[in-house]
Design a protein around this ligand. Sequence first.
Ligand SMILES: [Zn+2]
Length: 332
Amino acid sequence: MLPKGAVLALCHLMCSWQYLETCDFFVDKRHFLEKRMLPKCVTQLAILLGLVCSVFLLSATKASAGVDYLSYSLNDMSILIINDTENRFAAKLFPTLDTYPDAKNYLVDGSFAGIVRTFVIKNGKRTILVDGGWGTESGKRGRTREILAQVGINANDITDILLTHLDIDHVSGLVENNAPVFANATLRLCRKEYDAWIVQGHVRNEASEKRAKTVVALYEKAGRLSLFNWGDEILPGITALDAAGHTPGHTAFTLTSKGASLVLLGDLLHAADLQLMHPNVNSVYDHDPARAAEARNRILSRCAQEKLAVAGAHILPIGIPSKMLKGGFVLQ
Ligand SMILES: [Zn+2]
């Protein structure tokens, strides 16, 4: 395995946003080559480097948070998967863990593998950010903005922000110095989440609620807040899915382009290995545990049945769930 610096150097050598697409197994290389009209020798070199690069990126996806971003192509949609912050989940965050003797198999030094991820979807003229990551004003160093800059996306290029929910690790990076970071973007949020956090309150601790209210208020004040309902096609090819339980308006998004789909799960899973194997296990972060477990089982079952790939805000693997006889899932 090459060190991180060498992998990144290889990526940067060939990876503008478009070049990064060639690093992915899912990309339609023919379309890329026609679009760019590159000389034959250059295209062959690009494909060769792309194949080499894809091996490293794919292994990195499985292995760790050791890369800054990955790409995923869904026909007309290009998706950038951003590793905002490294993160692990301590065993004590899962109160029913002792019920599952095999759980210790997934623990490394008392915690489960995890991450904080954001996503960028390029679809036609839209550049859509899904969740905002930690940012730099809430005690962590979220890297979403820095990584966007690496791939040539300016904050002002973002046309829309889709929020899975209002927890601090998903919204804090959306404002800085008391102003929206993404000044041209419309913030799109589930109406139930807005009602629970902004109108009623008492969903999380004071600090989290304060940050969520600041973020929503700043975009609302700029006339850039739009509320949606579950089932709505929020933007072309993007539908909101009821994933409530983690928070009252927690939402997953189904992305579809020309028959291919990817479901962004938000916080449906925190410790992927554990909760895929035992979907009834909740974390202490799940606001309504029974509902969270129901949503996890329902959405993973549907994705397994319809063979829809999934990616999450806190899990490293990306893949299509398959249901096992004992009731758990594996991602393939
Ligand atoms: Zn989260």
